[in-house]
Design a protein around this ligand. Sequence first.
Ligand SMILES: [Zn+2]
Length: 236
Amino acid sequence: MTSNPRTRRRFVAGLAGVPAAWAASRWLGPAAGATDYSSTPIVPADQGLQRLIEGNKRFVSGNLTALQNRTADRAAVAGGQSPFAVILSCSDSRVPPELVFDQTVGQLFVVRTAGQVIDEAARGSITYGVDVLKAPLLVVLGHSGCGAVEAAIAAVQGTPIPGYAYRFAEGIGPAVQQVVDKPGDLLENAIRANIERGVAQLRTAEPDLAAAVGKGALTVTGGFYDLASGEVSFLS
Ligand SMILES: [Zn+2]
């Protein structure tokens, strides 16, 4: 995608003089500049991952517990957020991260696009979750039967797809190219390659994220969600 320089100039000019933290907090909640980390200890990445694994086990067995205290949970985070993980997942209606990991409000900072493609807005949102909200764990969550990856496969194979679908299919195309000659199921191989590419991209593509990874303040991993079983398998 090519950004229009005139539009971009106007947008940047509109933010001139506004402190970055304020500009972000205006849109994402009052906590951005005021989160009290001393009273809301950050969950280390390994413990956060364990929470996700345990939550997914509850989801698979149908014993969800995270939403039992909704009113109290909502009140507890009304003044600030300190999510323990950022989840980048597909927009697919069957893969809602809070349910899949059995988490309540304030626990996951979720960014969703078709095929979990990392465009500029997604990258900015993810970086906000890590840089400002201090989430130490970032998970790229793909899933079986992903229609966005199917669209990318069709495009790579020369089958026409709707014009809007190219906007996400072109982000997935390199993952498809990577596995197109490999044995096995092309769709599943491409879905897994797309998750792995997303993880690699996020570790290095954004300077703030790369710096956090370098300092040991951020763990980036990927997960594959199986639509039929509800199970998430994390990349080792
Ligand atoms: Zn999908």
